[in-house]
Design a protein around this ligand. Structure first.
Ligand code: ADP
Length: 350
């Protein structure tokens, strides 16, 4: 009967790699007697997004074929089972690392930070893409000066692929390319979730070292959907000093740290940390309070990745479609340090 079960398991494939459970080594120890079947599934990754789905498939299949036996399927993750190369059925196969950029509230500069971080990573020699999933205010097209872009679909290997915009060597796909500001309400909820799934899986990303996912503020359906669809390696939280103590930030952190989700939080970036006027470059005015992010980070075991002051060039860069990292050497330096730290943490966690 073991052989029979093996044949059944050969009929179930891992959606990402296309390999069946036996050839991929996922199907592990199997015990069968007259009353029960116990099977262990071993996943190579610590957090395989498809583990639960595969477990359910296996359970259904075993119950269907052996209705009189009790079936137990045990999932083990992070073991040394061989990990076959993805057969890139989905377009995310060529992406090495995904970093989610999140915030508790809107208006704290999450999109601005995403855009500048993308340029800083590009300057370090990485191939970078941005998925702008902020359905409430998709602002990446404006930040990269490609607001009117209308994505084309091309047919490749019998699949429809959506061509991303490209600006300053950054590949950009935004939910904003598909909605008019006046439509925004309609797109919330289920429709937006479906549209985003399509953008995740059908965008022709090519080979990327980092994909930055600009999430909507707060926590909600969109977050859950993206977490399920995209293998996020690390999350970065953006906050302003006065928002840091607010429960929304804690909820955002909790979302990633939840044991079901288990995405490492690379750290917090404190944006608009202080203001320095052009004519008094040595003066710092802490308009929104001081030290809050550092305290929060220490208390919660999170790294403070960096502090970015309020700078006119950052605001102007966003408005003009030219992120400030590319034009202001001070901003370039702040973001370079942050980008290097995020790379270290993301690659090590992966
Ligand atoms: P979010 O994505 O969190 O809603 P945005 O990135 O759209 O926020 O930023 C909100 C506004 O604040 C924008 O006008 C942006 O140009 C400005 N801004 C963000 N960060 C800074 C900064 N460090 N200095 C000056 N202006 C900033």
């Amino acid at each position: 009967m073991e052989e029979e079960i093996k044949t059944l398991l050969k009929g179930i494939v891992h959606p990402e790699t296309g390999a069946n459970l036996v050839e991929s080594g996922i199907a592990g120890a199997l015990t069968v007697d007259t009353e029960k079947i116990v099977l262990t599934l071993q996943f190579a990754k610590k957090r395989d997004p498809f583990a639960l789905k595969i477990k359910q498939q296996v359970e259904t299949c075993l119950k269907e074929h052996y209705p009189t036996r009790a079936t137990t399927v045990i999932v083990r993750e992070g073991t040394t089972a061989p990990r076959p190369e993805p057969k890139t059925k989905t377009t995310t196969g060529g992406i090495a690392h995904v970093i989610a950029i999140a915030s508790g509230k809107g208006g704290v500069g999450k999109s601005t930070v995403t855009a500048n971080l993308a340029i800083a990573l590009r300057n370090l020699g990485y191939r970078v893409g941005i998925l702008d999933a902020d359905i409430y205010g998709p602002s990446q097209p404006k930040m990269f000066g490609v607001e009117g872009y209308l994505p084309d679909a091309v047919r490749e290997e019998d699949e429809d692929r959506i061509v991303p915009a490209e600006s300053m060597e950054i590949k950009l796909m935004s939910i904003g390319f598909f909605i008019k500001p006046t439509d925004a309400l309609l797109w919330r909820g289920a429709m937006a979730v479906n549209a985003l799934k399509q953008l995740i899986h059908q965008t022709r990303w090519g080979t990327l070292d980092f994909l930055l996912a600009d999430l909507p503020p707060g926590t909600g359906d969109i977050h859950l959907s993206i977490i399920n669809e995209l293998k996020i390696d690390t999350a970065v939280i953006v906050s302003t000093p006065q928002q840091i103590a607010v429960a929304d930030v804690a909820r955002g952190v909790e979302l990633f740290r939840n044991e079901q989700v288990n995405i490492p939080v690379a750290g917090i970036i404190e944006n608009m940390a202080w203001f320095t006027p052009e004519e008094l470059p040595d003066n710092r005015y802490y308009l929104f309070g001081r030290g809050g992010a550092r305290r929060y980070a220490e208390e919660n075991g999170i790294e403070l990745l960096g502090e970015i002051p309020i700078v006119q060039s950052i605001m102007e860069g966003s408005d003009e479609g030219n992120p400030a990292v590319g034009i202001d050497p001070r901003v370039e330096k702040w973001y370079r340090t942050i980008a290097q730290r995020i790379v270290e943490k993301t690659v090590n966690n992966g």
